[in-house]
Design a protein. Structure first.
Length: 384
């Protein structure tokens, strides 16, 4: 392979020059950094295809650089090779624990390094070339109590009959997820259990263990089974789960918690459509306006957004009042119905208990619009 960009983080000048010349001769573009902090700035300016980092460097070590890259949604999947003169098992394991993909000991055997580079870059190239079968729909909200989970679960059930390959629901509420309960499922595994495995270790048979399947066919994956386990869910685990799910089904619905955490930012980056859900009250709408402002500031395309106002209370504001607060008209208004509340109190989704209920008419319209947007997106990608 050639043409890829590799950042070398090495404080020893002669070693940095040797590695740079070797990689340049092999056709790679090289970025040079004398320590981890300099490498971090370089990587944030332009994302490389791979990072080669020495362990012992001033200002920021290679291990700390690796941890920081793994903790950010835009850099968490960059292949990283750790380089060190330390060869004992605990030192090598420390590199892998920080998130490194591979380890090369000093003095460096350049032939071995070349093979490791080829393997990692080939893996990433194959990953990038995988067909994206299913479309990812993210439900995002700024405050709890918007009814986003109720919408996500019912929407999954309504989409299922017309989806040839099925529908998946990823509950990304790390602390208080409720999607599985509304489908009366008890998952055995969560993304906490996926966090210790690299993406290449997670093949199809292995990932199937993380899926709970409802009788209707909806496939459910949860991020965490307990609030205290939330911090154990990693960005690569979330990204791997989304990748695996969209290879299995037509639509992947993601129910996110109300935050702009790195976990949610990763989901936003991978989503084909973002459903922004708001309750019809003044405080909720003001918070939704803040959410929309953040999406604008990070240049998220409005063409990939749909604003939903969910009347989960009979005392909501009028359409005119809603537009005055948000500054734009909702794409869809879901009317209030106590039928959703009754079903939720029974620990079920209305689309399961009474799929023909009139209260589901607006959600059926939403399902149709999602499928229409999916077809439009597929045609656009095909034309490109």
């Amino acid at each position: 392979m050639a043409g890829e960009t590799i950042v070398i983080a090495e404080d020893h000048g002669p070693s940095r020059t040797l590695l740079s010349e070797f990689l340049t001769r092999r056709g790679y573009h090289v970025g040079l950094a004398a320590d981890g902090l300099e490498a971090l700035h370089l990587i944030r300016e332009r994302t490389p295809n791979l990072v080669l980092a020495d362990v012992a460097m001033p200002r920021m070590s290679g291990l700390e650089l690796t941890r920081r890259l793994r903790a950010h949604h835009t850099t968490s999947r960059i292949p990283i090779i750790i380089v060190s003169a330390l060869k004992d098992a605990p030192d090598v394991l420390a590199g892998y624990a920080a998130g490194a993909d591979d380890y090369v000991s000093k003095p460096i055997d350049l032939n071995i390094l070349a093979v490791k580079l080829e393997q990692l870059l080939t893996r990433e190239s194959a990953h990038a070339g995988q067909g994206r079968f299913g479309k990812v729909v993210l439900l995002l909200h700024s405050r709890g109590g918007s009814g986003a989970t109720t919408i996500a679960v019912n929407l999954a059930c309504l989409l299922m009959p017309s989806s040839a390959a099925g529908v998946a629901l990823l509950d990304l509420n790390l602390e208080f997820g409720d999607a599985a309960r509304l489908l009366q499922l008890i998952p055995r595994l969560s993304l906490v259990d996926l966090a210790t495995h690299t993406s290449e270790q997670v093949d199809e048979p292995f990932f199937t263990k993380f899926i709970s399947r409802h009788a209707l066919g909806v496939q459910v994956v949860i991020a965490s089974d307990r609030p205290e386990h939330a911090e154990l869910v990693t960005l690569p685990a979330i990204q791997t789960a989304i990748d695996r799910l969209r290879q299995r089904v037509d639509q992947v619905l993601i129910d996110a918690a109300p935050s702009f955490s790195e976990h949610n930012l990763a989901a936003i980056d991978m989503a084909d459509l973002v459903l922004i859900v708001s309750a019809p009250t003044a405080p909720a709408l003001a918070a939704t306006q803040d959410l929309l402002d953040v999406l604008d500031r990070v240049n998220h395309p409005r063409a990939k957004e749909m604003l939903l106002v969910n009347h989960n209370t009979p005392l909501g504001l009028s359409p005119e009042q809603i537009q005055d607060i948000i500054g734009r008209a909702p794409d869809l208004v879901i009317p209030y119905s106590d039928r959703f509340v009754e079903a939720a109190n029974a620990g079920q989704a209305l689309a399961l208990t009474d799929p023909n209920d009139e209260a589901l008419l607006t959600l059926r319209e939403l399902a149709a619009r999602i499928q229409e947007a999916e077809h439009t997106l597929t045609e656009t990608q095909a034309s490109n």
